[in-house]
Ligand binder design. Structure first.
Ligand code: HEM
Ligand code: SF4
Length: 551
């Protein structure tokens, strides 16, 4: 895991003191709210419906157990005893007092964390695969590259006032668990014919009110050129991205309006004179950063691990959990355990202070002290010996963290909606809970196989509804909460936007509409087909007919 050097420590500590000064001037009335707003936003502090909200970055989704304990402590001391893990590997605290916010940042700095550039028109936290460094078949560890991007992008003087916010994601595996195709820039690690490591670069993806899937701008950028090429894209965007209309300011609009070929031409022209300059990445620097992410000292374990297989045979509930919540590890005898933050009826992505502490303790006991945060708002213990898996699961069950639903219908992404958000049209969280209650039988959920439901309370699409197999968007109909349903979206390496099935349905009818979609799927599916495969084969019609059937 990356460790701050002297420079990083001094930089973050100075930033906290600078912010402390800004807050005291605001409290004394020397700064107006208008003057203060851009300053607080540079430090991740938003003003929401009921209180301030602080967004803290979890770089590339990696947390140590000590950092997780600190997050638990902050939630207890300064908030209401819980935190919310977001879809971009951040954690948000919803009930922050302005006067305490500098102390929170100081506490975060003590564990090498911060909230810089988690807001504003800057390059945000670079996100990544939560299984990085653990999963089998990875081309390279994407965290090395995220850290290099972080160091380049943090307080980059040229990119502190971009036309709009800018989000980058990196994946090192063929399976995309970082949703790179819906990012402003998506980077996929690739190997060229000579066996060298580089990146396929996608640009112009995004959700929000104008959803777009990213397009490949360059098939292969070598590692030495990564930063100069990113700089060329950002510089082009900074110069020609629109500033006259905030809804047309994201790079996706620029790519859409100019076309990818013209954008490529302009980026290449910029790259020409940046390419061999100061941003060339020296091999020694890559090696220095890589050393922080060296694989831990795994034990040599004989496989198959008998105790694990016996436990799976004897304990049905454990076996079920391993089917959805355990992924294959690159090291024989280990597994990657995903901890669901989606119990039936809970708030998707929320974790209490006690749960965070429990996860920290279990990470120390079973996962070499490491934790990851996923873009689907769950947590991961990346390095668990298979022989420990049963004990881990029992401990998770006791803490209410053992739900066996990763990738299943109740593993819902929902934005805060009207419960917290000042921009919301509708509630999102209660809709998620209603759907979860409809399918609370775990055997039924497993029978419905992989199926993603994503819910947003307005067109800003924080809940990723466009890329849900079932997407639900809250719309206002003359002051009433209505929901537009899409199906067929996906967030993986084959990312795609969903199709609207028909007129929006009311709050009271939305979970019934989902239930009817499920019935249509079960009726139409063949053998082991998933919802999305069935949809691809049979199309919209049977689903539409099922939802709008008149009783
Ligand atoms: C309650 C406070 C929140 C507010 C006011 C808010 C506001 C917004 C706005 C205005 C956008 C659209 C920006 C654009 O398209 O240019 C947006 C996008 C987004 N938000 Fe939020 N958001 C909030 C909470 C969250 C939470 C809790 C999450 C994660 C669970 C989240 C994740 C996202 C994502 C992933 C996007 C769209 C992806 C993209 O940039 O294309 N937001 N948000
Ligand atoms: S999608 Fe809309 S309602 Fe939901 S959090 Fe984002 S801005 Fe708020």
């Amino acid at each position: 895991m990356y460790q701050y050097d002297q420079y990083d420590h001094a930089f973050v500590a100075n930033r906290v003191e600078q912010y402390r000064g800004q807050v005291s001037r605001r409290l004394a009335g020397d700064l107006s709210e208008d003057q203060f707003k851009p300053l607080r936003l540079m430090n991740g502090l938003y003003l929401q419906l009921h209180a301030y909200m602080l967004r803290v970055a979890v770089p590339y989704g990696t947390l140590s157990s000590g950092q997780m304990r600190k997050l638990a402590e902050i939630s207890r001391k300064y908030d209401r005893g819980y935190g919310h893990f977001t879809t971009r590997q951040n954690i948000q605290f919803n009930w922050i007092k302005l006067e305490q916010s500098p102390d929170i940042l100081a506490e975060l700095a003590s564990v090498e964390m911060h909230a810089i550039q988690t807001s504003g028109n800057t390059i945000r936290n670079t996100t990544s695969d939560p299984f990085a460094g653990a999963v089998a078949g990875e081309i390279d560890d994407p965290r090395v590259w995220c850290e290099i991007i972080r160091q380049w992008s943090t307080l980059h003087p040229e990119f502190s006032f971009l036309p709009r916010k800018f989000k980058i994601a990196v994946t090192g595996s063929e399976d995309d668990r970082a949703a790179i195709k819906v990012h402003d820039i998506g980077l996929a690690l690739r190997r060229n014919e000579a066996g060298e490591i580089g990146f396929e670069v996608l640009v112009g993806g995004g959700l929000g009110r104008t959803p777009m899937i990213g397009k490949t701008i360059r098939e292969f950028v070598s590692q030495r050129d990564l930063l100069s090429y990113l700089e060329a894209i950002l510089r082009t965007y900074n110069l020609i991205g629109r500033r006259d209309n905030k809804y047309k300011a994201r790079i996706k609009i620029m790519v859409h309006e100019l076309g990818i070929d013209e954008v490529r031409r302009q980026v290449d022209a910029e790259w020409e004179h940046l390419r061999n300059g100061a941003l060339v990445l020296p091999d020694e620097e890559v090696a220095r950063i890589r050393a922080f992410f060296a694989a831990p000292a795994f034990e040599t374990i004989e496989t198959p691990v008998r105790s694990y297989e016996v436990a799976r045979f004897e304990d049905q509930a454990f076996a079920r959990w391993t089917r959805t919540n355990v992924a294959a590890h690159r090291q024989p005898g280990y597994g990657i355990a995903v901890i669901s933050l989606k119990p039936i009826g809970g708030v998707p992505g929320d974790a209490t202070a006690e749960q965070m502490e429990k996860v920290a303790e279990l990470a120390e006991r079973y996962s070499l002290g490491e934790i990851r945060v996923t873009h689907t708002q769950n947590l991961v213990l990346p390095h668990v010996r298979l022989s420990d898996m049963h004990s881990l699961w029992q401990a998770l069950e006791e803490a209410g963290l053992g739900t066996a639903n990763i990738g299943l219908i109740s593993d819902i992404i929902a934005c805060p909606g009207l419960d917290y958000c000042a921009l919301a049209n509708t509630r999102s969280i209660p809709v998620a809970q209603r759907i979860q209650h409809r399918v609370d039988n775990i055997d039924r959920q497993h029978d419905l196989r992989d199926l993603s439901v994503k819910i947003s309370g307005c067109i800003n699409a924080c809940g990723h509804h466009h890329i849900g197999n079932i997407g639900i968007l809250g719309v206002d109909r003359r002051g009433e909460e209505y929901y537009q349903i899409t199906i067929g979206g996906r967030a993986d390496e084959n990312a795609r936007l969903g199709d609207v099935i028909g007129p929006a349905v009311s709050y009271d009818n939305v979970s019934t509409a989902v239930e009817r979609l499920l019935d249509a799927y079960v009726q139409e599916r063949k053998d082991d087909e998933t919802f999305i495969d069935t949809y691809d084969r049979v199309g919209l019609k049977p689903f539409k007919e099922a939802v709008y059937v008149t009783d």
